[in-house]
Design a protein around this ligand. Sequence first.
Ligand code: NAP
Length: 522
Amino acid sequence: MSQPKELASYLEGKWVNGKGREVALVNPSTEETLATSKTDGLDFKGALAYAREGGAALRAMSFAARGELVRAMSKAIHGARDELIGLAVQNGGSTRSDAKFDIDGAWGTLAAYGDIGAELGDRTFLLDGDATQLGRSARLFGQHVYVPREGVAVHINAFNFPAWGLGEKAAVAILAGMPIVAKPATSTALVTHRIVELIANAGILPAGVLSLVCGSSGDMLDHVTGQDVVAFTGSSTTGALLRRGEGVVANSVRMNVEADSLNAAVLGPDVAEGSDVLNLFLADVVRDMTQKTGQKCTAIRRVYVPRDKAEMVLEHLRERLSGVRVGNPSLEDVTMGPLSTAQQLKDVRAGIGKLEANAKVVFGSATEVSPLLGAGEPGKGFFLSPVLLFNDSPASGDVAHLHEVFGPVATVMSYDGSAKSAAALVRAGHGGLVSSVYSDDKEFLKAFVLGIAPFHGRVTIGSSKIAAQAVPPGLVLPGLIHGGPGRAGGGEELGGKRGLAFYMQRVALQGDRALLEGICGK
Ligand code: NAP
């Protein structure tokens, strides 16, 4: 076995190692230690100050020039795609297909923001709407503009998307004109570390624009200022803790939180057995339960079906799930890898136990995986089979509406076939990233979609005419917003140009129209 690599952080333009407690990054299929990280003693205050200096070079550039930087980052990732997939299989327990989902999402999102940069052209800041006449004379006008903030964007990411998490946040911040300090989750940081190494080695970005913390971020958030922003993705518990951080509160630091979500899939009462719409619904549920071993913030956790179709749906789901091959994802015929960490496996098993308070397991087991393909030593690895539960008479206070089990687990629940009942159950999740509905019934869809819209960042509608080209609900697109109210963290990312606003200050300018036009570059 080779010596584990010590993962350095990239701060103040240098690769640096900390001292103190070592954290191990393991292969979740074999539990072999792949790398270690230490960050005690690193100067996070100095690192933030250095990064802020890097912002000046970005702000002097046009959107088109910043877009070129973002595009070059995309190319650097794309160029190392196979190497990065290999790292994700080892360190994330991802199948090749899961790894592609993350890595292609990273370079794809960066490329999409490169295009937005080209579209915004030679401006360095943005106008927000048209100028407004403020008085009776045609001289006095107001104009809103967005200018880049002069701080640093601290990006803290979850373990499940080490490539996309970096790429989707970096693309928007750098295009808006802000430098970033990225902090991936420690357990799966190998992929992020390699991406930052590739970008740094290629000399793509001006000094200070990209920094990386591999390991704990220590006291970093105590040193954020009013021009900085924090974008966090992870559990709602950590999100709530960071919001209360001293530096964040004292300096009114702008913060975006992307957290848990009990995403729902709802089958409409009109959907018949054998239809394309039923097939789409079943494919989405099974994909979301198994892709990335269910460790996707957008994965379907709650499945609602009209009561008279419940047995039929359970039968189909059981049949499809029995085709899932769990094991070491370095083997080609494995379709679902292990959970990413020992803690994840423990939490998911405990979560299934909680769900059983109101639902019964109808497929899989919280404790056994059989057969298990290509695992290392017996008893090693964080494997679990997909687990499906069923509840014929759900109530809004049931565990499935309150607790996110972040693994290959979903609960099917019956409803009476009315849009009102379905919406009431979905709303019981207290705010989500995305929910999907499958139907061709216009009246049902209108009542249901508008009934759940205030509780979501995105709603996808699967119907006959688009069944063959539908984009899965779990796929976050750069052009549409990602985020959601309540439990989902109350945040919003991406959405094309909309995403830039988080990294920019909107300011209202008022005065003589001709002078305003001079400032705004008209
Ligand atoms: P987590 O335990 O909350 O950790 C998230 C990130 O926060 C990690 O980088 C972690 O670093 C860091 N962190 C933890 N405590 C911190 C502190 N005191 N100060 C600064 N940083 C701190 O979440 P996770 O287990 O990685 O991810 C799973 C959760 O993320 C799930 O609940 C999932 O729903 C959610 N998620 C949401 C989205 C979304 O877009 N809404 C996307 C993906 C995942 P360390 O690893 O070093 O502890």
